[in-house]
Each structure stands twice: as C-alpha cells, then as structure tokens.
Write a new protein. Structure first.
Lengths: 136, 202
C-alpha cells in the first residue's frame, strides 16, 4: 500500500478510520430505524441492508489491512484488545436493553449484528489512529 | 493492562528530557465507571422509573454540560495557550475524558431508551414520538463524531505525548481535531436541550 511520507513526516495510510467510521454510521442509522419502530416491527429489509453494507465495509478494512506494510501492529493490538473489551461491555448493555424489551427473532439477530459491528468498528478506529502514528 | 494504562516515557532515549508518565486510562476512575454501569443495568433490569430517570438525567445532564463546556469554553482557551501549557493540561485532562465520556453516554442512552419505551414515548401515537426520533438522530450524529473522530484523536494524542520525542506538529493537529469535534458536539447538545425540554413539557 502507498506509504510515502507526507510533508508533516506522517506516512500515508489507506482510509481505514473513515471506512470503520462509515460502518459505525451505517449501524447507527440502522439502530435508529429499528428503535424508532419499537415496540412495532421495524422494516427489517432496510436495517438488514444497512447492516450488510457495514459488514462489507469492515471486510474491506480486513483486506486493506492485509496489504499494509510497516505498520505498528503491536500498538494496534494493544489498543484494540482493551478498547474491544470496553465496547463489548457497552454493546452488551445495549443488547440487554433490547432483550429486556422483548425484542426477538430476526429483529434481535439484526440488532445483535449491528452491535457486533459497533463493538468492532470503534476499537478498530481507535487502535488504527493510535498505531498509524506509532513507530513500526 | 498496565502496558496500556501507563507507558513510561523519556527513560531510554538519550537527549529527551525526563517527563511524567501519562496514564492513558486512569485506573482510579474505573471503579466509578463500573458502578455507573451496574446502576444502569439494575435500572433496566428492574424497570424502576425513578432509577431510570436518575441515570438518564444524571448521565445526560453531565454529558451535555461537559460537551458544552469543553467545546465552547475549554477548547478556545486551550487553543490560545502556549504549547507546553497545552501539553501539560492535556496530559491531565484527556485521560479523564477517556473514562468519563463513554460512561456518561452509556448511562444516558441505556436508561433513555428504556425510559422512552416505558413512558410510551416510542409509540407512534405519542405526541413525543417525533421528538424522541429527533433526539435519536441528534445523538446518532454526535455518537458517530465522538466515537469515529474525537475519541481516536484523544487516544492518539496521549500515545504521541508518551513518546520519548513527541511530534508537536502532530499533537497540535490531533488536538485541533479534538477541539473542533468537541465544539460541534457541544453545539449539537443545544439541540438536545431543546428536544428534551419539549419532551418533558408536552
């Protein structure tokens, strides 16, 4: 991947943070669609489509990561694992709220999928931002 | 966890001056964060209106106040400080924000959704329905900005400051990003204040 230094001395990286933030934005929109219909049944096609797009964005991030050279993976891993722990707890609380409100079936599956994207995308954004400036 | 929480600086690289360690995640704050999350969990599990309202108002009030204060008061002041003063303030201030803000947001949103459902505000026939959806949209935009831009910039600044020789230009650029996004979410909190007071008085 392109890694020529910028005038500031920072290397150029693929837009990983924008992609993960895009995935987050998609599941936030999906979450609003789902929540706005509660307690009625939300249009699952819209929410499922947004979730699918978010999954594709995260998969694209994985592909991008396989092509990045000279990246501070130890810093990325260190930040990612603790951020992941924090956001899994947060996602678990939101999931608990939906389960407590009798969300079930396909709706719950879509909500769970969205929360998985949330719990993975935010730590990826944080860890990537910290690692891109770290010494590889 | 100590590796992430406390990174020693300036100990192994020749000419770099000795600087204090920056605790990226302040351990002292974690029990308070855990207690707040337990409180919200209990509120949701018991569906106790008062406790839900307490968690929602306390979390939301503090979130709004801190966002407004940081975005509109601290941010502009920070921008006018000298680089060393800014660095010293940030080294103390930003780790606290790492713990405080996600905790307040979780308290507010977790209890808020449950409360809206319990009070019937989510129902399409409720006069508050449109306002609740509007608040979700505002919060969604704020959350995306905060989680996608503001918080990563916050953490990256702390990692940069813990380097033996921090890059001042890079810290300045990341701090600018932090201050601008805090300002944007601060202004958006004004919309939240309007929406929430409308819901409370309909």
């Amino acid at each position: 991947m392109s890694d020529s230094p910028l005038p500031s001395g920072d290397r150029h990286f693929p837009p990983v943070a924008w992609m993960t933030t895009g995935a987050l934005a998609l599941v936030v929109i999906g979450g609003i669609v789902m929540a706005s219909y509660a307690p009625r049944k939300a249009p699952l096609g819209v929410a499922g489509g947004l979730l699918g797009l978010a999954v594709l964005l995260l998969l694209a991030v994985v592909v991008v990561f396989t092509r990045v050279r000279d990246f501070a993976w130890p810093t990325f891993a260190k930040v990612f694992k603790w951020a992941l722990l924090a956001y899994v707890i947060e996602a678990g609380m939101i999931e608990f709220s939906f389960v407590r409100n009798h969300t079930s079936g396909t709706s719950l599956q879509i909500v769970t999928g969205m929360l998985v994207i949330f719990a993975v995308s935010v730590p990826t954004t944080i860890a990537f931002t910290a690692a891109r400036f770290a010494d590889s | 966890m100590a590796d992430l929480l406390e990174t020693p600086v300036g100990e192994h690289h020749g000419p770099a001056p000795q600087r204090a360690k920056i605790q990226i995640v302040p351990l002292k704050g974690l029990p308070f964060a855990a207690a707040a999350l337990v409180l919200v969990t209990v509120a949701i599990a018991t569906n106790w209106t008062w406790l839900l309202m307490f968690a929602h108002v306390a979390g939301g009030g503090l979130w709004t106040a801190i966002d407004l204060f940081v975005g509109l008061v601290i941010g502009p002041i920070l921008g006018r400080l000298s680089i060393p003063a800014r660095a010293e303030f940030s080294a103390k201030f930003m780790p606290a924000m790492v713990v405080i803000m996600p905790t307040l947001v979780t308290m507010n949103l977790g209890s808020g959704f449950q409360l809206a459902r319990k009070l019937g505000n989510l129902s399409a026939t409720s006069p508050n329905h449109a306002w609740v959806i509007a608040s979700m949209i505002v919060v969604g935009i704020m959350a995306t900005i905060a989680l996608g831009i503001l918080e990563p910039a916050n953490i990256a600044v702390l990692f940069e400051m813990n380097k033996p020789v921090p890059n001042g230009e890079r810290i300045g650029r990341l701090m600018k990003r932090f201050i601008y996004t805090a300002g944007i979410t601060g202004v958006m909190q004004l919309a939240t204040l309007v929406i929430m007071t409308r819901i409370a008085t309909q």
